[in-house]
Design a protein around this ligand. Structure first.
Ligand SMILES: [Zn+2]
Length: 122
């Protein structure tokens, strides 16, 4: 596989992961591994939040992923991944996604870490 198609494939995998994770159900606490947790409202993105009864931490399906920020929607992440792949500037990304340049800067950093890893979560 050449380098470009590899990059395209990885971008696709990461973009799909964001959507899949947001639809997933949780079966264990991602922090301590306990199965003793309760549903605890929804975040601003409309995704289910949970509270663990063992470690008392709050979590959702994004916990321990590169896209854990709750205020960024799956769609924004997907658009961001494609813009990064196309080498857009932070200013262009911020404008298109209605996010601050600083947020896009951190998103870029998180995404590049995810790109480097074989395992795409955590
Ligand atoms: Zn826990």
């Amino acid at each position: 596989m050449n380098e470009l198609s590899y990059a395209n494939k990885k971008a696709q995998v990461l973009a799909d992961l964001v959507f899949e994770k947001d639809r997933e159900e949780v079966d264990v606490c991602p922090i301590c591994g306990s199965t003793n947790f309760i549903k605890y409202g929804k975040d601003r993105n409309g995704n289910q939040r949970y509270q663990c009864r063992s470690c008392h931490k709050f979590f959702n399906t994004r916990t321990n992923t590169f896209f854990y920020w709750s205020h960024i929607t799956s769609k924004q992440w997907q658009d961001f991944i494609y813009m990064e792949k196309n080498k857009c500037s932070l200013d262009e990304e911020a404008k298109k996604l209605h996010l601050s340049r600083t947020t896009c800067f951190y998103m870029r950093h998180k995404l590049s870490e995810a790109y480097k890893k074989e395992a795409l979560v955590r």
